[in-house]
Design a protein around this ligand. Sequence first.
Ligand SMILES: *Cc1c(COP(=O)(O)O)cnc(C)c1O
Length: 401
Amino acid sequence: MYRDIPFSPPDITDLEISNVIDVLRSGWITTGAQTKLFEKKLAESCTTEKAVCLNSATACMELVLRMFGIGPGDEVITCSYTYTASASVACHVGAKLVLVDAQTDDFHMDYDKLAEAITENTKAIIPIDIAGILCDYDRIYEIVNSKKQLFHAKNQYQEALGRILVLADSAHGFGASYKGKKSGAVADFTCFSFHAVKNITTGEGGAITWRPDIGLDSGDIYKQFMLLSLHGQSKDAWAKLKPSSWEYDVILPGYKCNMTDISAAIGLGQLERYDGLLKKRKKLIQAYNDNLPQDKITVLQHDTENQSSSGHLYLTRLKGKNLDFRNRFIQQMSQAGVACNVHYKPLPMHTAYKQMGFNIQDFPNSYALFENEVTLPLNSKMTVEDVCYVAEHVRRLLLSL
Ligand SMILES: *Cc1c(COP(=O)(O)O)cnc(C)c1O
């Protein structure tokens, strides 16, 4: 029996809808009480002192780089196997983008190549918690600590840290954990995405958290993000609302990427439901693992001794297959009603990064991953029967194509 299985529809219930209606009726729809409450609950969930909500993960990563004064003359390292946002933020601030390849048969960055890529100009590393599986941060910290003598601090935040900034692109990783620590409290700074296709959504949105134990004053950091994200105004619209408190100062020519209370209201509903959403994802992952022909298809290990993933994406690789086969496979799956995806076309294959001088031939592991990668649909609207339907079509196609 034919089933229509979309890739990642938003999972919105009456709770999110009624939260939004309450905000719309409240007389306050932009950044205000709902956003502050969402920040507070996110920080609790991530076991951090504070969280900052903005309008995207991209804005979050960019503002962290800006707060650390990273710009022209500096280098930012990320992995070639990612979405453009992990790299474009380095370009936004005017830093030099440095890409390192992924590992052999592993979607995370090659840590040996990372260590080789570090110079005295390296100011930040952006590891990607792909699929909601955290990188090996112990290894990354070991590397940045071993390169401490190369580091020259340029502003007070770099000074406080005294080494390269570790800024996690955890767009997929809300709710994951690494060696018992929650995503958000593992890297120095962590950026989450609440874009419509992510495992927790506000339509568009993102959040920043940071480790409380890296020598930074959380109150000060929070204030800096408020300034940077809202025109550098000394008071936000909420604070100016009180009668006769119109007066304000512009402290710096800031950016504009705050979250609205309408978005935060959706996020508060999602967060309240999050444990159930995660449980559902884990159940579907187990059903995939049990039903896919694992002699022909490699699947990701979402939960290991050190890792508990957020179950954001179900990345697979068709063993021994090439690009042409993979593309026909996705085409055939779509005929069966199943929407698949590819995570990722490596950055050096995209025009913008080619024009910066990157060449995919220098990233052989990324190409090998890309060539036979298929991301199967995994979302909390699916049922175990849907998963069995997808798995059945995978099995059939791998025998017949
Ligand atoms: C979605 C995504 C982003 C960007 O998130 P936005 O909230 O849309 O800015 C960044 N990195 C990765 C790996 C993503 O998947």
